[in-house]
Ligand binder design. Structure first.
Ligand SMILES: [Zn+2]
Length: 100
């Protein structure tokens, strides 16, 4: 690693700090070659974060799935709210034009 936090390896590219999302190392960051998964990539790989305890490994995946489900539900509710507001504006405009 260089002084400015940039990491390079044999391929000369700046190594990416990536977050690993699989259940065996949930949200654990690692440095890896940006050419992955190409065959001509260098084999640079290094964990950035320490490993988490077994209890965290058991709990975090479920929490992440719940967060993702909640995020999707929020997206759907925002979409529904948007179209409800549009319908309310259209109905208000129709009611207003029938009064005039
Ligand atoms: Zn590389």
């Amino acid at each position: 690693m260089e002084g400015n936090g940039v990491v390079r390896y044999r391929c000369g590219l700046i190594v990416n700090l990536v977050t690993y999302w699989k259940d065996d190392h949930p949200r654990r960051r690692f440095w890896g070659c940006p050419l992955y998964p190409r065959d001509d990539r260098c084999r640079f790989f290094r964990w950035h974060d320490p490993d988490v305890c077994a209890r965290a490994k058991a709990i975090i995946p479920g929490l992440l799935r719940r967060c993702n489900t909640n995020d999707e539900e929020i997206r759907q509710l925002k979409k529904k709210l948007f179209w409800t507001q549009i319908a309310a504006i259209v109905l208000a405009a129709m009611a207003f034009s029938s009064v005039i």
